[in-house]
Design a protein around this ligand. Structure first.
Ligand code: FE2
Length: 364
């Protein structure tokens, strides 16, 4: 797009603030199949924080925890529990990204900052997003190191096989009731994104709870950020539950694309990753809904994989349960066959399942 004032090359990484980055790194390594590639900490001169960079396909997570109580990482963890702090996007120029978004209303939290080592120069900068979450811009054109200056490569001893996660597909934010349209406008005006899809509470409601969702997409279609807000329901919605336990808006789930969801889910299940269980009635109704999709129906049901179809094609998807004690962040695994949707046809079946888990937690 010639007039794209914020040309984004793609997702650079996602940084999580966690209580214990060393143990979180072990979890993402041994269960989700991420490879630890670099770290920083006391031994590299980082006095206030330890970080582990985990990689699989083009997905890169940075897990960070604090060495003491009096810093923003510790405060973030005390308030939110483990969660996403920064969504980092690769750009050609951080200077330009900050200038253009600031001119359109962004709050700059960190100005363009260059870090150097023998591998070159890396530039980063940050703007405020919903709650305590930030967007980080990363310029790595002139950097050839493993991840960033200040990090050292990790020598691996054992080897855990990857599970086939190839790329981040989308990242979803939950916001308070009445705030969704504010952030939709923010994405449009400040980031130059488009509203790709909208779902009302008529689309997404069950007997108990309802939510609304709008999907924001950048000019190249590489980055997609759906935003959810709760709608009035009979009982507390899953979005309300998230907002209570995260103490405000934040990232609800990260969807990662795989080329073979059967293999990915089989492997994740063998490593004790828990997925939402859908009722068997879902699969009874499925063939009527998406009958001509050429997939292995028995295996889909056995693994609990969901199917949705639209005019462009279909998609296969599955959702984990929350990956920390607080019912906040979870993951989605998705395999797309033409569809650019998000599984709207599955939402209802899924929410029945989520509500069953919510009831077990005494939060419905
Ligand atoms: Fe999703």
């Amino acid at each position: 797009m010639a007039n794209d004032f914020l040309p984004i090359k793609g997702y650079d990484h996602i940084e999580f603030y966690v209580g214990n980055a060393k143990q979180a790194a072990h979890f993402y390594d041994k269960t989700f199949g991420f490879r630890p590639i670099a770290k920083r900490g006391l031994e590299t001169g980082s006095r206030d924080r330890a970080s582990y960079v985990m990689e699989q396909g083009k997905v890169r997570f940075v897990l960070t925890s604090a060495y003491g109580p009096d810093n923003e990482i510790a405060r973030h963890c005390a308030l939110h529990g483990d969660g996403v702090k920064a969504m980092a996007l690769t750009v050609a120029s951080v200077e330009s990204a900050l200038r253009e978004t600031k001119a359109r209303g962004a709050t700059v939290l960190k100005p363009a900052t260059a870090q150097e080592d023998e591998h070159g120069t890396l530039v980063t900068g940050e703007i405020k997003y919903a709650g305590d979450t930030v967007f980080r811009f990363v310029e790595r054109e002139n950097y050839r190191g493993t991840f960033a200056p200040g990090y050292i490569p990790i020598e691996r001893r054992g080897q855990t096989d990857e599970v086939g996660m190839a790329v981040i597909d989308h990242i979803v934010t939950n916001v308070h009731i009445g705030e969704m349209d504010y952030w939709v406008k923010w994405f449009e005006e400040v980031m130059g994104f488009n509203n790709l899809l909208s779902f009302t509470d008529d689309d997404i409601s069950t007997e108990y709870s309802a939510l609304m969702s709008k999907v924001m997409e950048n000019g190249t279609g590489k980055c997609k950020f759906p935003i959810n807000e709760p709608a009035e329901g009979k009982k507390k919605s899953q979005i309300d539950e998230y907002l209570d336990y995260y103490q405000g808006p934040g990232v609800q789930h990260i969807a990662m694309a795989t080329g073979n969801i059967y293999d990915t889910v089989t492997e994740l299940r063998s490593r004790d990753v828990d997925f939402l269980r859908v009722p068997d009635t879902y699969y009874k109704m499925l063939r009527d809904r998406v009958g001509d999709v050429d997939e292995d129906w028995d295996r889909l049901q056995e693994l609990g994989i969901l199917v949705d179809k639209d005019d462009d094609g279909y998609l296969l998807q599955i959702f984990t349960t929350p990956v920390q004690d607080r019912p906040t962040l979870f993951y989605e695994v998705i395999e797309r066959h033409g569809s650019r949707g998000f599984g709207i046809g599955n939402f209802k079946a899924l929410f029945v399942s989520i509500e069953r888990e919510q009831a077990l937690r005494g939060n419905l």
